[in-house]
Write a protein that binds this ligand. Structure first.
Ligand code: GDP
Ligand code: MN
Length: 392
């Protein structure tokens, strides 16, 4: 689960990491009042969306008076903010964070994430933080420092010192950096994060370390241990179809392609997506109805799949085990009765009760193409879509 910058900063504060003074506004008037309260000097108006790169997209602006803050908030609130991380459709801004403007001497990067290959968490730091960190990692990888943390021992103090010294900071700042690195690690661990990132972590004009930006992602599997964090969820930021799917206990992720997939089992879903790519197409989603799906869940899955306007063909790929083929077939037929099937559909069934499943489908009057195996199914989808394209 992703959370907003202003929420992430409250977590940083809880762990004694310094953040700028600021407050959240949902209207331009509120923005002006907050700016007045923050006092003289520059204030920063920052769009709150679940994506980074806001600075580049025009979502972070400096105002020198409360009136200007009000005007900028008016421009940012409601805008469709497009950043390198939002995709071309952008994200609508509903809230802005107003903060005291900070004089920046240096922008650093500090992040905690999981090193899946090494099965441990990893701390990443760089003296070249700010908006170009991706470029830095590509062009000058030696400027990216990494420390793997043994999950049993935890972060050792020498590791925090090694990172702090590696950033090439003055003595007085190294002294602040060591506990800060360790605090971020504590936060990352205690709250079951999959990402905790401060970019930029700045050295201010008066030589303080301050988290100017914060990005935190929480591991969904750890959320049951943190009821209070569940309240930070903002469903406006999530893909509506994904929210609906999660309500039906379906594992669904929207993608950009044209082939809608309905599959049971995550491994089979990955293999199905591979096959779609192999025939030159792109999957419109990842959808795992799970091993224990009922006919009703299959029906919901089918409906969610079809409500994606990008879906030009449907690929149903089921290996019946605990989910029996007849249950699946019943769900598809039920859904097919209620919904208009506006695209071609290819079905491959195998496994438990496959004969009964086939019979239900064949007698339903549903318009679909059968396939003996996965590869044949993918090829049939490609042929059908190509035929449709050349017919146009
Ligand atoms: P992001 O683009 O979504 O990562 O948003 P950030 O919060 O990182 O802001 C982008 C950039 O805006 C930062 O790298 C800073 O250079 C600049 N910025 C943000 N807050 C301040 C501030 O208080 N003072 C100044 N001078 N620059 C700021
Ligand atoms: Mn940033």
């Amino acid at each position: 689960m992703k959370i907003h910058e202003y929420q992430a900063k409250q977590l940083l504060k809880e762990f004694d990491i310094p953040i700028p003074r600021g407050d959240l506004a949902e209207t331009p008037e509120q923005a002006r009042m907050i700016a007045e309260r923050l006092g003289t000097g520059t204030v920063v108006v920052k769009a709150q969306i679940h994506a980074g790169g806001r600075g580049k997209g025009g979502g972070v602006k400096l105002a020198s008076t409360p009136q200007e803050a009000e005007k900028l908030a008016g421009q940012i609130l409601g805008m469709k903010l497009i950043t390198p991380q939002t995709g071309p459709e952008g994200k609508q801004v509903r809230k802005v964070l107003l903060e005291e403007g900070i004089q920046i001497k240096k922008e650093l990067y500090l992040g905690n994430t999981i090193d899946r290959a090494a099965c441990c968490s990893m701390i990443i730091a760089s003296e070249a933080g700010g908006m170009e960190i991706e470029e830095v990692a590509k062009a000058t990888p030696e400027k990216i420092l990494r420390e793997q943390v043994d999950p049993i021992v935890g972060l050792r103090s020498f590791q925090a010192r090694k990172l702090a010294y590696g950033l090439g900071l003055d003595k007085s700042i190294i002294k602040q950096a060591v506990p800060l690195i360790s605090s971020l690690y504590q936060l990352f661990q205690n709250k079951d994060c999959s990402l905790a990132e401060i970019n930029p972590l700045v050295v201010t004009g008066d030589d303080r370390l301050l988290a100017l930006d914060a990005k935190i992602e929480l591991d969904d599997n750890g959320l049951y241990r943190h009821r209070e964090l569940l309240e930070l969820r903002d469903i406006y930021e999530e893909e509506p179809l994904e929210v609906e799917a999660s309500e039906h206990k379906l594992s669904y992720i929207k993608l950009d392609g044209s082939v809608g997939c309905l599959v049971n089992g995550a491994g089979l879903a990955m293999a199905t997506m591979d096959l779609i790519k192999q025939v030159g197409l792109e999957p419109a989603n990842f959808l795992d109805v799970g091993g224990q799906a009922s006919a009703e869940m299959v029906e919901n899955a089918f409906r969610i799949l079809l409500s994606d306007k990008n879906v030009k063909a449907v690929f149903i790929n089921i290996f019946g085990g605990i989910l029996r083929c007849d249950t699946l077939a019943t769900g598809i037929v039920e859904a097919g009765r209620k919904l208009e099937l506006r695209v071609p559909m290819v079905i491959r069934l195998e496994g438990t009760n496959v004969e009964q499943g086939q019979e239900i489908l064949n007698n339903s009057g549903l318009n679909f193409t059968g396939a003996a195996d996965m590869k044949e199914a993918a090829e049939k989808i490609a042929q059908t879509l190509n035929a449709l394209k050349s017919a146009k």
